[in-house]
Design a protein around this ligand. Structure first.
Ligand code: EPU
Length: 417
């Protein structure tokens, strides 16, 4: 198993390219199940979660091929409606095949994904949405079984904002008979990116990116070529690293309009952020100011940036409160940051952070994807060496992050544990 070794104290300087967005690519790859023929997707990040998705799609009978950042998926040979436990347990987002399978085959049997380190993560809203579209849902032996004669458009109100829930129901509704209205839908850019791809395939979706999405069902979709949008969370992670190390970094290929909350908070922390088209220049300044943050559905501050921003606050002047409102257990990185000398007290879903003069390098353990990025960021400013273990979490969702940091001048390398 790999680990990452970071020798802190180097300013990050230079230009870095953002990869394609994992959380846009996953639903978009699943959407290829909705039509016959070869779909081509470019700018797909090379990640373990992408490999897991392609394995699952291949299991279902789709022909998948990945050459560099280009992926072809042809679901003409779709012949199985079952997503087995062994494939789903590797990645919760496998649940994204449920909507397309029901829409296309009128039945699906998908292993329940279960919880993960950051929370219980139920899928009740996905299932309720499918029921309202006319699917019969049974849960047995750890599987969801869904079946229908034909899905019919419906009015669906989501009790909570759910990103993959909105995506799953949107994918089911595009082939349903009649009109579906999704209310309190997720507004995340990844939802809009999926809707754009589905519309290109011939779907009729309006309002994606707002809380009300209207979908007029169509008989069938056709294959397309599309590029995956850039990863706003990776961009935000690189920007925060630049701010943290007093660096001067140009983040290239970013979509700044998707990063407004992060840019706003970085500026309040005293960081100079200049946007020029799809380039964002970030110049870290001292002192770093303490800034309160509350995670919220988009366009609020993303939960996927909470751990990374917390590192910046650990070395800020003063104290601040970071509140996590999306997941009930997304502070697991705190105890590792404390081991590196951070002063953080957690009460319920809030963390009180008092800035310290410096962090101290230590062996630490990553517990999930964003926590692993957070620990690497902490290592960039800690004294001595930080050893981040369980790096497989990082490889699920960041493409060659340590190589990107090396290019910017960090003393970071991967080693066998
Ligand atoms: N929820 C329910 N019932 C449901 C669905 C969600 O109660 O049926 C709750 C969840 O437990 C959570 C909240 O609603 O408390 C929001 O969860 P959501 O469904 O939006 O999360 P998700 O769709 O499972 C996606 C991303 C996550 C990201 C969240 C929030 C993908 C593949 N994953 O998860 O990404 O944190 O939205 O923005 O898009 C990551 O990339 O590190 C990551 C965890």
């Amino acid at each position: 198993m790999d680990k990452i070794l970071v020798q802190g104290g180097h300013r990050l300087v230079g230009t870095v390219q953002v990869s394609g967005a994992k959380n846009a690519a996953l639903p978009i790859l699943a959407s290829a199940l909705l039509c016959d023929g070869p779909n081509t997707f470019t700018n797909v990040p090379i990640l373990r979660d992408i490999q897991s998705t392609l394995q699952l799609l291949s299991h279902l009978g789709a022909r998948c091929d990945m050459q560099g950042h280009t992926v072809q998926v042809d679901a003409g040979g779709l012949n199985t409606h079952e997503a087995p436990y062994d494939l789903v347990r590797k990645m919760r987002a496998s649940i994204l095949v449920l909507g397309p399978l029901v829409a296309r085959l009128k039945k699906a049997r998908v292993s329940l994904p279960g919880g993960c380190a950051i929370g219980a993560r139920p899928i009740n809203l996905h299932l309720r949405g499918l029921e309202l579209l006319g699917a019969q849902i049974d849960l047995s032996h750890g599987y969801v079984e869904a079946s229908c004669e034909r899905l019919r458009g419906a009015e669906i109100y989501f009790d909570m904002v759910t990103v993959t829930g909105t995506e799953n129901i949107m994918m089911a509704a595009v082939l349903a008979e009649g009109r579906t209205v999704l209310r309190n839908a997720a507004c995340e850019p990844e939802v809009t990116a999926l809707a754009d791809v589905l519309n290109k395939m011939g779907a009729r979706i309006q309002g994606a990116g707002t809380p009300e999405i209207v979908i007029q069902g169509v008989e069938q979709l056709h294959p397309i070529s599309a590029a995956i949008i850039s990863d706003r969370i990776e961009a935000g992670t690189l920007m925060t690293a630049a701010a943290l190390t007093q660096g001067d970094v140009i983040v290239q290929g970013a979509e700044p309009e998707n990063l407004e909350a992060v840019i706003h908070k970085l500026r309040l922390a005293g960081t100079q952020v200049d946007v020029n088209g799809n380039q964002i220049r970030v110049q870290g300044q001292r002192p770093i100011h303490s800034v309160d943050v509350k995670t919220l559905p988009y366009p609020g501050f993303p939960t996927d940036m909470q751990a990374q921003f917390m590192v910046l606050m650990t070395v800020a002047r003063g104290s601040c409160l970071i509140s996590e409102t999306i997941f009930e257990n997304r502070f697991i990185h705190v105890s590792e940051l404390q081991r590196m000398g951070a002063d953080i007290a957690v009460t319920g879903n809030s963390a009180l952070i008092k800035g310290v003069a410096r962090l101290s390098g230590a062996p630490v353990m990553a517990s999930d994807l964003r926590a692993s990025a957070c620990l690497i960021l902490a290592g960039l400013v800690a004294d001595n060496t930080t050893e981040v273990n369980r790096v497989y979490h990082l490889d699920r969702g960041y493409e060659a992050l340590e190589v990107k940091f090396q290019q910017l001048g960090a003393a970071i390398r991967r080693a066998k544990a």
